[in-house]
Write a protein that binds this ligand. Structure first.
Ligand SMILES: Nc1ncnc2c1ncn2[C@@H]1O[C@H](COP(=O)(O)OP(=O)(O)OP(=O)(O)O)[C@@H](O)[C@H]1O
Ligand SMILES: [Mg+2]
Length: 282
């Protein structure tokens, strides 16, 4: 993790530049459920924007708007300065926005290299697949990212969760994404695997992509983020640059400091067992 820390120190300043994607006062209702209201977000090249929030806060709704799965119902979305409504995920992808969902859109039984080129296969005369070339490129691209997968013929299903996320990130970069959106990529991973994914988030950022990183985990966010947006009940509870925010503040915001205080009170009142460890000292 110390490499990661060093990488971050270099680039904690606002990378500036015009946003690639900008959401202005965006809102989304599903019938009379207001999943999002009044949210502003700017995705810039070379920056990681973290979106945090509790279950049901509106994180997935926010990225589905950028990914072309749902349209917004109020506000504006600008893509490279022009107001846009995506009518399908394909339109979002064509605009250079790659979305990596937690339950990845990788085919588990197909090999690593087939997945890397899925839907973008290189074909020669008579439509025959150029297998060797695709394998070579897959190997080159993964190793550029520092990902070592000894056998590219292995089915993707045999990779670890972290490796799968990394293959999906490397693929998005290779096929020219300008923005990569990751929905809770570390949620199901252990400490070490999470570290690997966080490193590729930094690599994607350093390759000049705008990264949107959705997570519940303030520690993961703080390690890689330039900007932090915390959603609560569909609204913005916090929106800060890294320089204006400490990890403690972010954690308290996520945990709901006040609510935790009350909970700890209630738990203490419940705990009247005389055999509890500190009973004799009380
Ligand atoms: N298709 C839908 N129809 C109706 N309501 C929806 C729909 N999708 C989401 N919602 C509602 O919108 C709100 C925000 O949901 P969303 O999935 O964006 O939250 P989230 O922050 O991603 O939560 P989680 O951390 O659990 O993934 C919730 O109240 C949810 O019930
Ligand atoms: Mg979600």
């Amino acid at each position: 993790m110390s490499d990661l820390g060093a990488a971050l120190e270099d680039k904690t300043v606002d990378a500036g530049g015009a946003p690639i994607v900008e959401l202005i006062d965006i809102g989304k209702s599903y019938g009379n459920v207001h999943a999002l209201r009044g949210v502003d977000l700017a995705v810039r090249a070379g920056e990681v924007t973290c979106v945090l929030g509790d279950n049901g806060a509106g994180k997935s709704t926010l990225i589905k708007i950028m990914a072309g799965l749902h349209d917004y119902t109020s506000g504006r979305m600008l893509v490279e300065g022009a107001q846009t409504h995506f009518r399908s995920p394909r339109e979002s992808l064509e605009a250079g926005i790659a979305t990596v969902y937690q339950d990845l859109a990788l085919a588990p039984l197909m090999s690593v290299w087939r997945n890397f080129f899925l839907g973008k296969e290189i074909r020669g005369a008579l439509g025959l697949m150029k297998t060797d070339e695709m394998k070579r490129i897959t190997g080159d691209e993964l190793s550029k990212m520092g990902i070592v997968i000894p056998d590219l013929d292995r089915p993707v299903g045999a990779l670890s969760g972290g490796q799968k996320q990394c293959v999906a990130i490397a693929r998005a970069i290779y096929f020219g994404a300008k923005v990569i959106i990751l929905d809770e990529p570390t949620a199901a991973l252990g400490v070490k695997q999470s570290g690997v994914v966080l490193k590729y988030i930094v690599k994607a950022r350093d390759a000049g992509l705008g990264v949107v990183f959705i997570t519940h985990n303030p520690h993961h966010a703080y390690l890689v983020g330039n900007r932090f947006l915390v959603l609560k009940l569909g609204g913005v509870a916090l929106d800060k640059q890294r320089a204006d925010l400490t990890l403690d503040e972010l954690t308290a915001q996520m945990a709901g400091g006040q609510e935790l205080e009350e909970l700890s009170h209630e738990l203490r009142e419940l705990d009247t067992d005389p055999r509890r460890p500190d009973a004799d000292r009380a």
